[in-house]
Design a protein around this ligand. Structure first.
Ligand code: 3PG
Length: 306
């Protein structure tokens, strides 16, 4: 049995060593492909793998066609929009994620983003404080709930909305449920986005929502760039000189937008929400354990292509 870790953006060396230990202790072969430049390298490396651990690496039909022995792919992380689920199912490959394992890292970044933008990207002009401001959390899953808890401790008022979580559960978790997205966008100083990229959510946050935000508001995206309608975002930022956008996933036309909007926009150079030693360890080790458990006992608890 061969387990391949294929990560364009590698885990920390400690996390990789932990994964290797779990794989070898289970009696399996361990292989890794890190920082690969071209998808063809993944296609070649996966040829004799029985199991695959990835991060945001694209698991396309080409990869799945080449992986003749593949039985399981674990996305070490939450969002699995990088994996072609239909192709995996057609190849009888089980796909899992590791929900919650990197959530704290992403939640901390969302909080840091709010402070960074409130302090004018750490330039000396007079900024503002997040204490006393209202935060709207779009999707109240593992990351959203953690952002809410941390924001509350920092003195923010927290509102949230989630199509899959009833209002009373949101209230029980200490946040005010929003009646609608429009209601939340129009009443919050910050909106933190935690929705996955799905056919329903792609391009769903655009001009109509963003332009409803109150004066000086900031949109915070540690989710996926695809959920933003970039033309709508650009239009809203151009019309309203008070609005701000910060993202862990640069818009396609980031250079031009940065030029136009200066300190009102910021994007990290590489997605870094989950890039902490702790999150690497948690998600990497969970992925390795899930694979061993799947092979030894058939446990498919975190399967996402059922
Ligand atoms: C996730 O979906 O878990 C995060 O976006 C992290 O992605 P990464 O593993 O590519 O950093």
């Amino acid at each position: 049995m061969k387990v391949l870790v294929a990560t364009q953006k590698p885990f920390s060396a400690t996390a990789v060593a932990g994964i290797e230990e779990i794989v070898k202790n289970a009696g399996y072969e361990f292989a890794k492909l890190e920082k690969y430049a071209d998808a063809s390298e993944l296609v070649a490396a996966v040829a004799d793998a029985d199991a695959l651990i990835v991060r945001s690496d694209k698991v396309t039909p080409d990869v799945l066609d080449a992986a003749k022995n593949l039985k399981i792919v674990v996305r070490a992380g939450a969002g699995y929009d990088n994996i072609d689920l239909a192709a995996a199912t057609a190849h009888n490959v089980v796909v899992m994620n590791t929900p919650g394992q990197n959530s704290n890292a992403v939640a901390e970044l969302a909080i840091a983003f709010m402070i960074f933008m409130s302090r004018n990207q750490f330039t000396p002009a007079t900024g503002s404080e997040i204490q006393g401001k209202k935060l709207g959390i779009q999707a109240f899953g593992n990351v959203g709930r953690l952002v809410g808890k941390k924001a509350e401790v920092l003195g923010m008022q927290v509102m949230a909305i989630d199509p899959f979580i009833p209002a009373e559960k949101i209230r029980e978790a200490g946040a005010e449920p929003a009646d609608s997205l429009e209601h939340m966008y129009s009443s919050c100083n910050f909106i933190s986005i935690h929705i996955p990229a799905t056919p329903q959510t792609i391009g769903s946050i655009g001009y109509d929502l963003i332009s409803k935000m109150p004066k000086g508001a900031c949109l915070v995206n540690t989710a996926r760039k695809e959920v933003i309608d970039e033309a709508g975002l650009e239009k809203a930022l151009a019309e309203r000189e008070d609005l701000k956008y910060i993202t862990d996933v640069a818009p396609d036309n980031y250079a031009a937008m940065k030029e136009k909007f200066g300190l009102r926009i910021f994007a990290t150079t590489k997605k870094m929400g989950a890039q902490t030693a702790e999150a690497n360890m948690n998600a990497g080790i969970a992925a390795a354990r899930q694979i061993v458990d799947f092979f030894k006992t058939g446990n498919a608890r975190f399967q996402v292509n059922k």
